[in-house]
Design a protein around this ligand. Structure first.
Ligand code: HEM
Length: 499
């Protein structure tokens, strides 16, 4: 009886009103819980971002998540609360096959990292330098092609440093270079790698994109390109592993040379073929865009700061009499001003600008005076910490002298001498390679590649800024955050120096 009456009075309009009321009720209850009762309710943040993952997904897709987080910090202070994301769960290319970067389990990560680290020992790096140098020399030849004896040629270094970095990583990861520096045919791989990183990134911000395969529906192009890259790299890695096993120790000293027979000293286990492929895959992504962005950033700032460029040249010419002397080693590593120029560029334009989340384990943790219960995620965006005025005076300006104790720093009408304390504070806050057991394993290699390339360029060429390509409104290098940064400049005019 009652049911009959209820059904007879049911109309579309009433259904809509009822559904809306239920949704409003749920959202209000969630908002009240989040604002007053959630274990982290005392940490401030925009209400909508604590309720839904879509605000940060929107910024992830727009590529400005680092700027969005920075603005939130400027508004709310040192701690902000946003909705948790299961970041690294979205990263494995094939479910169940982890690499050193996306292995969340500590034991698994530890084993992989111990094996992988054998490819990054001082000895291994020295072995790989020969291959790296081949490409750096080629870069220095092709970058001025068409310039004539006294003429100039303009190059977009965002592109050309990418060609260099990919050629080097292709050679080291898959045993053969992409030859992008000399042949345009394979340059499309750069966009595929970018999309692979981008897809991992946005899916990590909202897991249903990955777990419910919504990525195929909502971001089809990114998903397809990422898949093409994965398939491509799987084929290359399998072929490479086969060829390398047959070649024994006679062939090139690339990553496979060091990883094929490497074992974990604690467990005695090495990498099987699938794991090798997974590592080659991540090394390609982790080692190419990051290095090319840091190189582009250093030249971007140097061509805008001619005094710094001159001082750097003086330091390099004081250390080396001939360009072929510029190789890795004590002399190159001892160039203090070169190091300061690179660090200052990576401070303003970090290649991984966002917050990398770490999960709090059983028992909770107190981070910077704030207690976080088990299960919460916590991260510090490198972009924001590098711009914090408490750690870096005139934080938006490029001043390499800030890294050298006793040096005079000048900007606009302001002048000060960097103290032991200011250098130490700056060093402690500096984190372009992240820190701790999951910090960058390729730091030594990246610095070697960057120092050799930059020192050779400054030795061989006069360079100045051709236009404002790649600049943001503050005059800094504009970056798009796809987990690793994408950039569009600088455009630089090159002239060969008469040596
Ligand atoms: C200037 C260049 C580079 C920068 C700024 C950089 C930065 C970083 C950062 C911030 C992380 C931490 C990522 C996270 O926690 O999710 C990382 C991890 C990593 N990087 Fe780099 N990287 C650079 C070059 C390289 C190179 C050349 C390689 C290898 C060829 C490499 C391999 C890796 C790997 C394998 C990890 C994961 C380590 C782990 O989780 O144990 N990186 N890098």
């Amino acid at each position: 009886m009652l049911l009959e009456r209820f059904l007879s009075e049911l109309s579309l309009e009433r259904c809509a009103v009822a559904s809306l009321s239920i949704v409003t009720l749920i959202l209000t209850a969630l908002a009240i819980y989040n604002h007053f009762l959630h274990p982290l309710h005392h940490i401030r943040g925009p209400l909508l971002c604590t309720l839904t993952p879509w605000v940060q997904l929107y910024h992830g897709l727009a590529g400005d998540r680092h700027i969005w987080l920075h603005k939130l910090h400027q508004k709310y202070g040192s701690h902000i609360r946003i909705r948790k994301a299961d970041f690294y769960d979205a990263f494995p290319a094939i479910k169940g096959i982890y690499n050193t970067h996306n292995a969340i389990d500590k034991t698994l990560h530890g084993r992989k990292r111990r094996v992988l680290s054998q490819a990054f020992s001082d000895n291994a790096l020295k072995g790989m330098e020969e291959l790296m140098l081949l490409h750096v020399k080629q870069f220095c030849q092709v970058i001025v092609q068409g310039a004539g004896e006294k003429g100039a040629v303009t190059r977009n270094l965002s592109n050309w440093f990418s060609y260099l970095a990919y050629d080097i990583m292709g050679e080291l990861c898959f045993g053969k270079s992409y030859d992008m520096l000399i042949n345009g045919a394979r340059r499309g791989v750069i966009a595929l790698v970018d999309r692979a990183a981008f897809r991992h990134y946005v899916c990590g911000l909202w897991m249903p994109l990955d777990s419910w395969h919504l990525d195929q529906l909502l971001i089809p192009r990114i998903t397809r390109d990422r898949w093409n890259f994965i398939m491509n790299s799987r084929i290359e890695a399998t072929l490479r592993a086969k060829a390398r096993t047959q070649a024994g120790h006679a062939s090139k000293k690339d990553f496979f040379y060091y990883l094929l027979n490497a074992t974990d000293p604690e467990t005695g286990k090495g990498f099987d073929t699938k794991e090798l492929w997974a590592e080659a895959n991540v090394l390609m992504i982790a080692g190419s865009d990051t290095t090319s962005t840091s190189l582009a950033a250093t030249i971007f700032y140097l061509v805008r700061n001619p005094t710094a460029m001159q001082r750097l040249r003086k330091e390099i010419e004081g250390a080396f009499g001939d360009v072929e002397e510029i190789v890795s080693g004590q002399t190159l590593n001892g160039l203090e001003y070169l190091k300061a120029c690179v660090d200052e560029a990576m401070r303003l334009a970090p290649a991984v600008p966002g917050a990398m989340p770490r999960e709090v384990t059983a028992g909770g943790a107190t981070v910077d005076g704030v207690f976080l219960p088990a299960g919460s995620n916590c991260g510090t965006p490198c972009f924001s910490i590098h711009r914090h005025p408490d750690y870096y005076r005139q934080s938006l300006k490029y001043i390499p002298e800030r890294w050298l104790e006793g040096e005079t720093c000048r900007v606009g009408g302001e002048e000060w001498v960097s103290s032991k304390e200011s250098v130490e504070v700056g060093r402690k806050a500096f984190c372009p390679f992240s820190v701790g057991p999951r910090g960058c394993i390729g730091k030594g290699m990246a610095l070697m590649e960057m120092r050799i390339t930059l020192a050779r360029m400054v030795f061989l060429f006069d360079m100045d800024s051709a236009d404002a390509t790649g600049e943001d409104e503050e005059g800094n290098l504009a970056m798009v955050d796809h987990f690793t940064s994408q950039k569009t400049g600088p455009n630089v005019r090159f002239r060969k120096r008469i040596l």
